[in-house]
Design a protein around this ligand. Structure first.
Ligand code: TYM
Length: 332
């Protein structure tokens, strides 16, 4: 059986990178897999976050999943903290994870920055909780953006470590699914930096809730070079800002980079940016509108999450009980 698990942290504004690197691919995979989509609120606690804001953002991410086309009856949508198996399994897995593996994680190094001594244990242990999220459901596939590949590979290594330690094929080894033409969406202001929730410049990212005016303005202001669009992919790849915008256009239009380039080769950026704005508004506009409609009824969103958590727990708790048996823990 093929089972997907993936999630997004409820921190800051959801942006085009989250949409193209993750949610849009989830919607496409939904008919073919059993899917579990989580709002990973425990992960969000690794950075200091205001409690009221965490509640609001958890609901906003849930609204984004539904507005983008995840069907909460067909797939499971829930927030991580409602299913306690995640943190219980994370402890067991942390006892099998060598520090050397965690020391290799590039995201910890980026997030902890120069203040390494002050970084929280949670931030360091975060990939182990992510491994528990994934393998705690015996998920086989994990659709994510490029930046999460290393974490999914670590989950695979931890699953293997458990299987070896207890000499059985208990956890399947999960595989990352990195799909589409925009697996690493870059900042609109700097083609060498990832588009991220934490960038202080509002012009660096398109948010999922941006209206048509905001989208048009940000695309117009996006950094480019003075040359027209090139003829070949090789020439495009040498120009990071142009490459990023063409990748975004291709992903939003469901065409390949090559096809997108064929449409605009030799044209100048003002023509291309108009087309990019148009397609971004046509895709994000209805999603943003539906998100706002859903967020006006937090009671409904909470009911979706509770229903999802019941279904998630029905899968995760029996797996955790087996893990407890295997490891020798007396269990309820
Ligand atoms: P997070 O919340 O940072 O990002 C959520 C998803 O969006 C993708 N993404 C991007 N894709 C392309 N370009 C970008 N600029 C960009 N920025 C973000 C991410 O790759 C991700 O797919 N640790 C995870 C959350 C998590 C998780 C999990 C994911 C926790 N448990 C289990 C999968 C499975 C994270 O912080 O993602």
């Amino acid at each position: 059986m093929n089972r997907i698990f993936s999630g997004i942290q409820p921190t800051g504004n959801l942006h085009l990178g989250n949409y193209l690197g993750a949610i849009r691919n989830w919607v496409a995979l939904q008919p073919e897999y059993e899917c579990i989509f989580c709002v990973v609120d425990l992960h969000a606690l690794t950075q200091s976050v205001d409690p009221a804001e965490l509640r609001a953002t958890t609901r906003e991410v849930t609204a984004a999943y539904i507005a983008a086309g995840i069907d909460p009856e067909r797939s499971i949508i829930f927030n991580q903290s409602m299913v306690t198996a995640h943190s219980e399994l994370a402890w067991i897995l942390s006892c099998l994870t060598p520090l050397g593996w965690l020391n290799r994680m590039t995201q910890f190094k980026e997030k902890a920055g120069k203040q390494r001594e002050m970084a929280g244990l949670g931030l360091y242990a975060y990939p182990v909780l992510m491994a528990a999220d994934i393998i705690g459901y015996k998920a086989t596939h994990v659709p994510v953006g490029e930046d999460q590949k290393q974490h999914v590979e670590l989950a695979r290594d931890i699953a293997g470590a458990f299987n070896r330690r207890y000499e059985r094929d208990f956890f399947p080894l999960p595989e990352p699914l990195i799909l589409g033409e925009a697996t690493r969406v870059m900042s609109l202001r700097d083609g060498t930096k990832k588009m991220s929730k934490s960038d202080s410049s509002d012009y660096s990212r398109l948010n999922m809730t941006d209206d048509a005016d905001a989208v048009a303005l940000k695309v117009r202001r996006a950094k480019t070079d003075p040359e027209p669009l090139p003829e070949t992919l090789e020439a495009l790849e040498a120009r990071p800002e142009a490459d990023n915008l063409v990748g975004i256009y291709a992903a939003l239009s469901d065409v390949s980079r090559e096809q997108a380039l064929r449409r605009f080769a030799g044209k100048n950026f003002s023509t291309f940016k108009e087309a990019l704005s148009e397609v971004a508004v046509s895709v994000l506009g209805p999603i943003g509108k539906e998100m706002r409609r859903l967020m006006a009824d937090p009671g409904h969103i909470d009911a979706v999450l509770r229903h999802g958590a019941e279904r998630a727990a029905a899968i995760a708790i029996p797996i955790l009980r087996e893990v407890q048996d295997i490891t020798g823990l007396l269990r309820p």
